[in-house]
Write a protein that binds this ligand. Structure first.
Ligand code: AP5
Length: 215
């Protein structure tokens, strides 16, 4: 039986890193709205052109844009396990998702909350490197590539994300606490929230996720 799983947490908490691992382990369909938007920016689509302005500034893209992006990426929520990474990010988005799922008698099953202090986020994002070709994510401190500056998977030169500049990181954290953190009580009140300590090392966070997922 499939399920609908949400990874919720501040920028840099490790949602993408753990989601890739979880997908490999379970075969879940992993949708990162951030990744879908970055691809649209790269492809210079209309959505990408609109989204880039918001993303580079560390702000959320507008509700109608993000709903189109999500529902195009996941036309059918009823098959297999679906892992939503970076969506929903506001109560409005959560309500829109609930409405959409409700039409098919579905609901979000579990929301894994990645808890981490802001200072750890700043440190992690300052050291993050990304492969612009295959999307693999590295960290200068905790997960460096084998060859300096090059992707282990495809050999492409690694880049820093535009929104990992200090001003943008600060803005993203502010947006998280103002607009996304209300989802913690939203999902706790519905009995869906499962918090994990995301400030630990990657292996430890994986084993916490393993325990709560019976993997
Ligand atoms: P998005 O790409 O979703 O960014 P985010 O939520 O800010 O999350 P990040 O990708 O920055 O961090 P992460 O938690 O995935 O951490 P990672 O695994 O990379 O969104 C980008 C933008 O798109 C948004 O700002 C917004 O503009 C727009 N957007 C997206 N969704 C939207 C929505 N629903 N509504 C509106 N707008 C939306 O890890 C971070 C670093 O730490 C890496 O270097 C990694 O190697 C390292 N690391 C990971 N885990 C550990 C660990 N346990 N210990 C040590 N290092 C670790």
């Amino acid at each position: 039986m499939g399920e609908i799983l949400v990874f919720l947490g501040p920028p840099g908490a490790g949602k993408g890193t753990l989601a890739s691992w979880y997908r490999e382990k379970t075969g879940a369909k992993h949708i990162s709205t951030g990744d879908v938007l970055r691809q649209a920016v790269k492809d210079e689509t209309e959505v990408g052109k609109t989204a880039a302005k918001y993303m580079n500034a560390g702000k959320l893209v507008p509700l109608d844009v993000i709903l189109d992006v999500l529902f195009e990426a996941v036309p059918d929520f009823s098959t297999g396990t679906i892992l939503l990474d970076g969506f929903p990010r506001t109560v409005d988005q959560a309500e829109a998702l609930e409405k959409r799922l409700g039409k098919k008698n579905l609901e979000v099953d579990r929301v894994v909350l990645f808890e981490i202090p802001d200072e750890d986020v700043v440190k992690r994002l300052s050291g993050r490197l990304l492969c612009p070709n295959c999307g693999a994510v590295y960290n200068l401190e905790s997960a460096p590539p084998h060859r300096e500056g090059l992707c282990d998977v495809c050999g492409t030169e690694l880049i820093r994300r535009k929104d990992d500049e200090p001003d943008s990181i600060r803005e993203r954290l502010k947006v998280y606490w103002d607009s996304t953190s209300p989802l913690v009580s939203y999902y706790r009140d519905r009995g869906k929230l499962v918090p994990i300590d995301a400030s630990k090392g990657i292996e430890e966070v994986r084993s916490e996720l393993k325990n709560i997922s019976n993997l």
